[in-house]
Design a protein around this ligand. Structure first.
Ligand SMILES: [Fe+2]
Ligand SMILES: [Fe+2]
Length: 158
């Protein structure tokens, strides 16, 4: 069957953004798609290099920066719409940074394989976007009923 991939195959397959992941908040949805682009570009680069090892250090660094920017926006939106689970959500964001730190250390120690890092990166992002961020979209739709003008941060920099 198609979904019976080995961890190695799963790690190196492209991430597909599915519409059920859309929150209906364009600025956040665009950034979620951007993560998929970053990850898929990485997979493409790895494939091109064949047997030449890839240095994942800089990639983790880029993903770290991506998350700084992304979580800033999300937390701004959550505050703006009075999201009731802001504290818990911020904790989930901090946990992602902690995991990235751990991955960097394990990479430096060479105690983790490329596939393990890839699997972790993709699983963390997908499950956070799908399960944790989902609540922001639900709350946002309710909030919109009394704020038809929408949230100003839908425009970048706003
Ligand atoms: Fe997110
Ligand atoms: Fe989030």
């Amino acid at each position: 069957m198609q979904d019976k991939k080995s961890p190695q195959e799963a790690a190196k397959s492209l991430l597909v953004f599915e519409n059920d992941m859309l929150l209906g908040i364009p600025a956040i949805d665009d950034q979620h798609k951007e993560f998929y682009l970053i990850y898929n570009t990485l997979i493409g680069n790895i494939a091109k290099r064949g047997d030449t090892p890839v240095d994942l250090g800089p990639v983790i660094h880029d993903i770290y920066n991506y998350y700084i920017n992304h979580f800033q926006l999300e937390e701004l939106v959550m505050r703006h719409v009075g999201y009731p689970f802001l504290r818990e959500h911020k904790k989930a964001h901090r946990d992602i940074f902690a995991r990235l730190d751990e991955l960097s250390i394990r990479l430096a120690e060479r105690s983790i394989t490329l596939d393990e890092v890839l699997l972790e990166l993709r699983t963390t992002a997908s499950s956070h976007f799908r399960e944790i961020d989902r609540g922001i979209g639900i709350h946002y739709r309710i909030w919109l009923r009394s704020h038809p003008e929408g949230a100003p941060m839908g425009h970048s920099g706003g």
